[in-house]
Design a protein around this ligand. Structure first.
Ligand code: M6R
Length: 622
């Protein structure tokens, strides 16, 4: 998973490309590179390892690279180390070194995705005299395009479509050809790519925020389609090389929304945007006091016909699935299975039309979730995508799409998208319960009122952030943290634990509280932090007992509970109180202190909160 950008127009390309890459750094940040052409001159390639600022420094913020047409890349290594040699752009020529400097090559390109049959293609190209300098699959694609271009003496579009027929895997490709100055050619399959257009300019990028400063007019290029960009003009082609027309979309959200807006980190900003994300998402689903899922294609008839729901997702989105499982089963009495998308294909789950498979994904591009969606469709299930990024692959391929309205999420650790997903699934549960007759009309209205009240209550939780900031300074040197809870509190523990470990690098685990004593409790020693989530009234006492078991072995305790009489007040060392709400929806409130705790702990440890090591925002590899 990587980010790509392209620009051709009247302005100097390199600063625009660097600016776009900056906004795509969440997609990968182990190396970056640019290729820029100045009129008819050869393309000049510059690469740097590490974060983007190294490339910016190397090119004097882009100013030292003349030329109005160029492509850029920020990398998250898949094939080959994060080294200069493997950094993109890659070139078709048999050059020595890493392909940097002025390149004689006919083709130079950047790529996001994975070419599965790159080994076999490399063999073929080696037989035809091509030499390889990198370990990347991208170099193979660039050389394959060059091979067809020369062998058949065809134009760039035909050389690209021939390559597309030959390669297996996923790609968003941007290529420049020596014989076509001022033009960029792009192709896409299963990796995100958008094309932007403006007066006398054209852009391409892996994601909209990269070009939003320059244009709001965007084309969502489809799978197996090719684009040809020149200043002020974009043409599209299908796999036959025939020109096709795509609809132009006007982006309505603001570029400001993708900036930090005064917060120190995107993550903190996004934590604070949760009331709006939840309000907007619910606002799109609740009309005149009733839940209306028809915009997502989910009618009451569909809900009535369902005998089972299978939820599949990865990471935090999977945690949303675990929470939704408790809510849907309890409220609508419909059995729910939750499967990790990366394991989905290894289960022989029976599917039929009356099973709804829900794929939850912020990015809509997660490779495992996409593969699970495709498998579910193949097996004949009805599919619903709960997705944040409009026009993403999962959104386009599912039978039905319910968009969360969290806005662009930049921090690698998800917060607002998670919360928006949670309430979207809650709304689905409530509507299903009504349709299935498991709640009365009166209970239905009450549940909706409770849902509508959540954003304000999140705001109140956020007001307590200073205490969490203080507490996080005490735990910044912890080695292990355990998050425990029962029922929905367990689902929230999973998310709290992931937030902590992914950005603070402190080992943490989430356990169903009752399970701790079956082995894991042996890890508890003096001052091990145990965080109990205590919001489900039927289970609070039991979880407190489990926390007491830990305390008697030396643990230090933190609790997250609802306002009111809290039986554990004396035994728990630090307690966070959240407002009361219907217990089905309390996860939306309980998760917030845990997000803040992870955030402040990471800050206290001096880490890169928004771009934690080894991670990328959008995991487009399996
Ligand atoms: O874009 P998706 O929602 O499909 O992403 C799924 C996971 O990769 C994501 O939730 C990941 O676990 C985050 N780093 C969690 O903060």
């Amino acid at each position: 998973m990587c980010g790509i950008v392209g620009y051709t127009g009247e302005n100097q390309a390199a600063p625009i490309l660097l600016d776009g890459l900056k906004r795509l750094e969440y997609r990968g940040y182990d190396s970056a590179g640019l290729a820029v052409r100045d009129g008819d001159a050869l393309a000049e390639v510059v690469k740097a390892t590490g974060k983007l600022y190294h490339l910016a420094d190397k090119t004097d913020q882009g100013r030292s690279l003349p030329g109005n047409c160029g492509i850029g890349h920020t990398r998250w290594a898949t094939h080959g180390d994060p080294s200069l040699i493997n950094a993109h752009p890659h070139v078709s020529g048999n050059c020595s070194g890493s392909g940097s400097g002025k390149v004689e090559s006919d083709v130079v390109g950047v790529h996001n995705g994975i070419i599965e049959n790159y080994g076999e293609l490399k063999e073929k190209l080696l037989r035809h005299g091509y030499l390889f300098y990198s370990d990347t699959d991208t170099e193979v694609v660039v050389k394959l395009v060059d091979y067809y271009y020369k062998k058949y003496k065809i134009g760039p579009v035909d050389a690209i479509t021939r390559t597309m027929v030959r390669v297996r895997g996923s790609y968003a490709l941007a290529l420049m050809f020596k014989d076509h100055p001022g033009e960029i050619f792009a192709a896409r399959k299963d990796s995100p790519l958008i094309i932007g257009t403006a007066e006398n300019a054209a852009f391409l990028a892996s994601d909209v925020p990269a070009i939003l400063k320059y244009t709001r007019s965007v084309y969502y290029i489809g799978n197996l389609q090719v684009a040809r960009l020149s200043p002020g003009s974009v043409k599209f082609y299908d796999l036959n090389g025939d020109e096709i027309t795509l609809p132009l979309t006007e982006i309505t959200w603001d570029a400001e929304a993708a900036e930090k807006g005064g917060y120190e980190h995107f993550m903190l900003k996004e934590i604070h945007e949760q009331p709006a994300a939840v309000r907007d998402t619910l606002g799109s689903l609740i009309k005149d006091g009733k839940i209306d899922l028809t915009a997502a294609g989910i009618t009451d008839d569909i809900l009535l016909s369902l005998s089972q729901i299978i939820i599949t997702a990865c990471g935090s989105a999977w945690h949303v699935g675990i929470a939704a499982q408790y809510v849907i089963e309890d409220m609508a009495k419909v059995p729910v299975r939750v499967e990790l998308a990366s394991e989905f294909r290894y289960r022989s789950l029976p599917m039929s039309k009356n099973i709804l498979v829900i794929v939850i994904s912020q990015s809509g591009e997660t490779a495992d979730s996409l593969a699970a969606l495709r498998l579910a469709k193949e097996k004949g299930a009805e599919t619903l995508a709960v997705v944040n990024v409009v026009g993403s692959t999962i959104a386009r391929e599912a039978d039905h799409v319910l968009y969360t309205l969290a806005g662009p999420e930049i921090a690698v650790a998800t917060t607002k998208a998670y919360s928006a997903q949670l309430v979207a699934l809650d709304a689905l549960a409530v509507q299903m319960a009504l349709v299935k007759g498991t709640v009365s009309a009166e209970q239905y209205s009450h549940l909706i009122e409770e849902l509508i009240g959540i954003p304000d209550k999140i705001t109140r939780v956020l007001e307590d952030k200073e205490r969490l900031q203080w507490f996080s300074s005490k735990i910044a040197n912890a080695h292990d943290i355990f998050f425990i809870g029962r029922g929905l509190d367990y689902a929230i523990s999973l998310e709290g634990s992931l937030k902590m470990k992914e950005i603070s690098y402190i080992h943490s685990e989430a356990y169903a509280a009752g399970e701790l004593k079956h082995g894991t409790i042996s890890l508890i020693e003096k001052n091990t932090l145990v965080i109990g989530v205590l919001t489900q009234s039927q289970m609070i006492e039991k979880t407190i007992s489990n926390m007491a078991e830990c305390k008697s072995r030396g643990a230090y305790l933190m609790g997250v509970t609802t306002n009111g009489n809290f039986a554990g007040e004396d035994s728990v060392n630090f307690t966070v109180y959240i407002p009361r709400t219907d217990e089905h929806f309390v996860s939306s409130l309980a998760v917030v202190p845990l997000q803040l705790l992870g955030y402040y702990t990471s800050v206290n440890r001096g880490l890169d909160v928004d771009k934690p090591r080894n991670l990328a925002k959008s995991v487009t590899v399996e």
